[in-house]
Design a protein around this ligand. Sequence first.
Ligand code: SF4
Length: 425
Amino acid sequence: MGMTMTQKILSRKAGKQDCAPGDLIEAKLDFLLGNDITTPPAIEIFEKNGFGKVFDTDKIALVPDHFAPNKDIKSAEQCKRMRDFAKSQNIKYYFEQGQEGMGVEHVILPDNGLVKPGDVVIGADSHTCTYGAVGAFSTGVGSTDLACSMAAGTTWFRVPEAIKVELKGKIGPYCAGKDVILYLIGKIGVDGALYKSLEFTGEGVSELSMADRLTICNMAIECGAKNGIFPIDEKTIEYLDSRVQGGYKEAPDWLFPDPDAGYSQVVTIDLSEIRPMVAFPHLPSNTHAVGTFEKIKIDQVVIGSCTNGRIEDMRKAAAVLKGRTIAEGMRAIVLPGSQRVYKQALSEGLLEIFVDSGCVVSAPTCGPCLGGHMGVLAKGEKCVSTTNRNFVGRMGHKESEVYLAGVEVAAASAVLGYIGSPEEL
Ligand code: SF4
């Protein structure tokens, strides 16, 4: 039987001709990631075990994005621990707050050209699956795995089975990658792809921008997937060519699924049937199309995160908010995903649009996405958020409610005061 994209990458990085779902393989790692929450425990393990030096100073990124700029003394100490380790180990990609190229980890790794097709990437963060958008095998691990892998440069994987997600048709107005992935999770459930690879394919792929693909792969973990992965096309090459050092002109010729690759399931999605989606509390699978439910009054809107904090997202939000003000009593927080996104939004006049409409514009940070800072919810409050999780207490009090949506629905809801679409404005 032939191999899926994920099998091809894993077998190659394990130095094997082939591999099958269920095989245990040890793969060479092309890139590793840690943040200010997960790296300090990894450093602890690294040092306790006397690992000494990291395997490659140029293949590790450490990003203080969760509680940074530091929200309290504890987070300041965590960031300091990571900063000191990066310095002592001479780690090339330690991103300091405010520095060019800095931002939320899953926005900046692809944007800085640090992940490429065929790479194997691990990160001590569950949304490391984002980089499947550029044809990499990327997945989240725990701090112990990060510690050992920083020393060894390899790690073990059980080769996942794959679900083929066949995309067809054209995506409709006010719909984007967020609506596609919410639709898929609504269809298969939060455990619908447990430890499986989501392999996207079909003519509909070319309809999706790289920003859409990054959003879709970012949320692969929300249906339990080990990874999500897109095939390489002209859009991928164009995206990488302007980011990877030295340019990027050609995709690896081995990186495509075999015609007889085995899939445990095939899910077909007609993009033209998808409407702007909202995931109600408290699961990303609790999806409803906008316009199919009664008015739900909200207190706050958050636009940003590793899911929807890219410049394309800022542009879409600004297009909805331009010349409008947010509803009375509403709080709207916009978090550009990186310094580069912030600067680009500034130069395009988008930040002025946000401020004029009554939004708070934050420095790039995870902030409210994990109930950290910059917009934590009080008891009973309701928030529409472009982030990726709406579990109980995710963004604040355990009796607050998070409704996940795309950028245009979030922006429109900030103006309307209830969950709605731009068509209602
Ligand atoms: Fe995690 Fe949210 Fe930060 Fe993304 S923005 S890395 S989901 S905390």
